[in-house]
Design a binder for this molecule. Structure first.
Ligand SMILES: Nc1nc2c(c(=O)[nH]1)N[C@H]1C(S)=C(S)[C@@H](COP(=O)(O)O)O[C@H]1N2
Ligand SMILES: [Mo]
Length: 307
């Protein structure tokens, strides 16, 4: 399924308007599926989970990134993540599961059908984008690993390979590497939560977290751990990088919430990347980034205390 949808080459921002080609290809594949040609179902119909908002351009998505392993500027990942070697890639699933394993990434991906999901993404810094991911629900991968009844959370780790990651070599260390994130098991099992292997119909560019990254659209972007090498099922809430650095600014839940300000700025509005210039109007930020179906995960919880 992967090879059927993905060419071997990541989307490159140097290509001429690849997003317009992508839009035409989607029409074409949709028509093909309607004719019973058995084309990739991912493109047969828009996912009910997708937003109908216009996706950001490929150059915005691949040129304005946070990936601190490659530097703290938004342009650093595009300039420096080319050094990251993503083949071969091993993914470990361990902890409280019946089937712990080290997978070669190709083997890990084989059972899953990639689906296109166009998601709104909101960074804690106050900007947002719309990104056409290619991925599959994390729940499917977790079910295969068979979490035991003791598993309550999933802990994620990014690759830590200083030779290829200039942002990890300096002092002071910005982040206690490897970059770590976590989800409560019910959040991890929610159908909106994706493991993404691609965007705009092609494999993930390195700066977006190749070869596999997490996407949780109702949470601030920092929960979306990139270039994952390990997922561990655990009983206790795991440590997460931003929570370790500044727990008063970045909580474990990190649900998008316009009513809970960051201690240093308001979260009530956001700037959509690619929209107008300096005077472009900011948009109101929506509770759970507009993904209301997740509200039941938090019923009875004080979302001001659990930010
Ligand atoms: N390993 C790692 N993952 C990371 C980050 C990072 O610095 N390192 N930054 C996070 C933040 S703050 C955001 S907003 C998103 C950005 O993803 P994108 O560059 O694909 O838009 O990645 C998240 N995942
Ligand atoms: Mo972010």
């Amino acid at each position: 399924m992967l090879i059927r949808i993905l060419s071997d080459r990541p989307a490159a921002s140097s290509e001429i308007t690849p997003q317009s080609i992508w839009l035409r290809r989607r029409d074409f594949l949709g028509a093909g599926a309607a004719l019973g040609l058995g084309l990739a179902p991912a493109f047969a119909a828009p996912s009910p989970y997708s937003t109908d908002e216009k996706p950001n351009s490929l150059s915005d998505i691949t040129g304005y990134n946070n990936f601190y392993e490659f530097g703290v500027d938004k342009s650093d990942p595009a300039a420096r993540a080319g050094a990251l070697k993503t083949k071969p890639w091993t993914l470990r699933i361990d902890g409280l599961v019946e089937k712990p394993a080290d997978y070669a990434l190709e083997d890990f991906l084989k059972p899953f059908a990639l689906e296109e999901r166009i998601y709104r993404m909101r960074c804690v810094e106050g900007w947002s984008m719309v990104i056409p991911w290619l991925g599959f629900p994390l729940a499917e991968a977790l079910k295969r690993a068979k979490p035991t009844s003791a598993a309550k959370y999933v802990a994620f780790e990014t690759l830590y390979r200083p030779e290829e990651m200039p942002g990890t070599r300096g002092f002071p260390r910005i982040i206690p590497w490897p970059y770590r994130e976590g989800l409560r098991l019910d959040e991890a099992m929610h159908p909106l939560t994706l493991l993404a292997a691609g965007l705009y119909g092609a494999p993930l560019p390195n700066q977006n977290g190749a070869p596999l990254r997490l996407v949780v659209p109702w949470k601030y972007g920092f929960k979306g751990v990139k270039s994952i090498v390990r997922m561990t099922l655990v009983a206790e809430q795991p440590q997460t990088s931003w929570n370790m650095i500044a727990s008063d600014e970045y909580g474990f839940f990190a649900n998008v919430n316009p009513q809970v300000d960051h201690p240093r700025w308001s979260q009530a509005t956001e700037r959509r990347i690619g929209e107008g210039g300096f005077f472009a109007k900011r948009r109101p930020t929506l509770m759970f980034n507009g993904y209301d179906s997740v509200a039941s995960l938090y019923s009875g919880m004080d979302l001001k205390a659990n930010y």
